[in-house]
Write a protein that binds this ligand. Structure first.
Ligand code: ADP
Length: 620
């Protein structure tokens, strides 16, 4: 809209010094100028002012505001009495340079810097004022842009550096400081070569050559050196910097660290290599069951090439009677759950069925949304074969073992009958024989027959234990008396050995099967004597510990090596060095069973070069 007044207008206020407000005096000035009386009422303005305000005030009427509105820079409205002209008239002083916004009726805004000057008449009295309004909109915009750019440069994660054509650094942002370790102060004015590895110095010449020809260098991947000497893989983008006349004066370079990208590429490559070399089939599929990746393990296992399988539905691998499985698997996956070691059957391209173990995990995108499933299938035919083979072998061994136990049972039973007769006849013979030699031989034979009978009974006990038929008849008895009985019995077999006894109390009454406990005592005492030197002393002590009676048998033998200890209570186990001493390796096994059946414990302690101590406890 054309302004009401197309050229400068003025009225002459009473007493006003009109010398500056003469018609046409500032009409052609390239800046907005107006005058007012001492009350701020407009007395003249030029065309530039109308241009700036977007309207023309009514001379002799409008006060202070030539435009629609005046605002502070932060957008708040500026009260009339705070306008620079009002202040200047009030204080009688000129003002300069503060910036304000002028809003025109059409809503557009301009930034102005008013320079109001108070005017005085010849008598020195304030007569009005003159204001020059400089339109600084473009400067403000440029400053804003500049500040914005500086903020972008400084908040960027990329190092942004500028240099002149001689390679001297002229600016250095915060990210450059972070990436290369030099502060801006340390870097500016130094040559860019401080970042170049020795073997890459030539790169700089090539780059500068490009820049001088006005060419950009885009995403150039290279290595630079940080202040601490570490090598940083970066991607460089370098553009020429031109002055106002378009002359190339330097280069700006943006360096992005690609360490993480290279690392993730490396990781990616490693993972891909693992997947490719895996013997397992590794397959991924969408949530609709469409195959999206297929490794060489899958190709080997199922017979389809990747080209044949990718894009097809996973059901090509599923036997028709197992289709339901896939529905269940997919619903687990959709709920974010894994399926682990699920043993099932899948079908080879040839139709052959393959037993496999499946592990399936959900695949998530970067926002954590489930987008598919990865499945690892392992062919378990060999494993199943091995399992059934070992099951077969186990059954076979079990059967043989049963047969062996059965044989031992029958054999020992059969041996026992003639042995009992031999023993009986020997006892009769013992009474009939009169000559000394005869008595001696009969006694020796009796000892051997007793030994043989003990061995046969032990074997019979083993088969009874195996069959769960070992019987117990508990009754109260004195442990002390039983121990003395056993010692007396053993004196015949080990005539020159001594067994020392100590009893914590004279009351050693206990409720147990005395014949079975006797068996345990014979075994422990015999072992203590057998496995220690002829001069070795055996000490037996009986004491109460908590609610148990403990019997301990200490010898001075060679002890039992630590690696053999876990086995000594097993059936038929004998330590390697025991072969010099006769035995079947069943005494401790039977003793252990007997004590356990009495709810007690049998153990060995302090075994070593100074001998072993075998102990058993029985609840009192
Ligand atoms: P056997 O004495 O008939 O071999 P046992 O079952 O009584 O069978 O003992 C198992 C094994 O434990 C013995 O062969 C021997 O190696 C070891 N052993 C048992 N008692 C002692 C001991 N007092 N000192 C050293 N070794 C022993």
């Amino acid at each position: 809209m054309a302004p009401q007044i197309a050229h400068s207008s003025s009225i002459h206020p009473d007493n006003a010094d009109v010398s500056v407000a003469q018609d046409g005096l500032f009409e052609n000035l390239p800046v907005a100028v107006y005058t007012c009386d001492k009350n701020g009422v407009f007395t003249s303005f030029n065309t530039e002012a109308v241009e700036l305000w977007g309207t023309a005030p009514v001379l002799g009427k409008d006060q202070f505001l030539g435009s629609w509105k005046m605002l502070k820079l932060n957008g708040e409205p500026l009260p009339v009495e705070e306008t620079p002209m009002a202040i200047s008239l009030r204080t009688g002083k000129s003002m300069s340079g503060e910036r304000f916004l002028i809003e025109r009726k059409d809503g557009s805004r301009v930034t102005v810097a008013p320079y109001p000057v108070p005017l005085y008449d010849t008598n020195g009295n304030l007569s009005g004022g003159m204001n020059t309004l400089i339109n600084v909109t473009k400067i403000a915009e440029a400053e804003h842009k500049q500040a914005l750019l500086a903020a972008i440069v400084n908040t960027s994660d990329d190092a942004i550096i500028s240099k002149n054509l001689d390679g001297i650094i002229s600016s250095w942002n915060v990210a450059a400081e972070r990436m290369f370790g030099y502060t801006a102060k340390e870097a500016i004015n130094r040559h860019i070569s401080m970042l170049l590895p020795e073997e890459r110095m030539e790169e700089e010449n090539v780059i500068i050559d490009h820049i001088k020809r006005g060419l950009k260098v885009d995403h150039f991947e290279t290595i630079r050196i940080a202040k601490d000497g570490t090598e940083i893989p970066i991607s460089l983008t370098i553009s020429p910097v031109t002055d106002a006349r378009g002359k190339i004066v330097g280069a700006s370079k943006i360096a992005r660290s690609i360490k993480e990208r290279l690392f993730s590429e490396e990781k990616q490559a490693l993972l891909a290599a693992i997947v490719e070399t895996s013997e397992d089939a590794i397959i991924s599929k969408t949530l609709d069951g469409i195959i999206s990746t297929w490794n060489s393990g899958a190709e080997k296992m199922f017979g389809y090439t990747a080209d044949e399988a990718i894009g097809k539905h996973i059901s090509i691998l599923i036997p028709s009677d197992r289709n339901q499985e896939e529905i269940l698997i997919l619903s687990s996956i959709k709920n974010g759950m894994r399926v682990d070691h699920f043993e099932t059957i899948r079908v080879h391209k040839s139709g052959k069925q393959i037993p496999i173990s499946l592990s399936i995990s959900p695949i998530m995108d970067s926002s954590g949304k489930i987008i598919g499933a990865s499945k690892i299938a392992r062919d378990i035919s060999l494993q199943l074969q091995a399992q059934s083979e070992s099951k077969r072998l186990y059954e076979q061994i079990k059967e043989l073992n049963n047969k062996k136990d059965e044989f031992i049972g029958i054999a020992s039973h059969e041996l026992k009958t003639p042995l009992t007769s031999i023993y009986g006849y020997l006892q009769i013979l013992d009474r009939l024989v009169n000559d000394e030699t005869g008595v001696k031989f009969v006694n020796k034979t009796l000892i051997q027959v007793r030994k043989l009978t003990a061995l046969v009974s032990d074997m019979l006990d083993v088969s009874k234990i195996e069959a769960g038929k070992l019987e117990f008849n508990p009754k109260p008895f004195e442990m002390k008396a039983l121990i003395h009985e056993v010692i007396e019995l053993l004196e015949q077999t080990f005539p020159n050995r001594s067994i020392l006894c100590s009893f914590q109390s004279d009351d050693t009454m206990i409720l147990a099967d005395d014949r079975r406990i006797e068996q345990v005592l014979i075994n422990l005492f015999t072992n203590a004597l057998k496995y220690s030197p002829a001069t070795g002393l055996v000490e037996v002590s009986v004491f109460l510990k908590e609610d148990n009676m403990v019997v301990s048998v200490k010898d001075q033998g060679a002890g039992i090596p630590a690696d053999k200890l876990p086995h000594i209570f097993s059936k038929f186990y004998r330590a390697d060095d025991a072969s010099r001493v006769s035995g079947l390796g069943i005494g401790l096994y039977i003793s252990h069973q007997i004590i356990e059946r009495h709810h007690g414990q049998l153990w060995v302690e302090n075994t070593g070069s100074t001998g072993s101590t075998f102990c058993f406890s029985l609840p009192v």
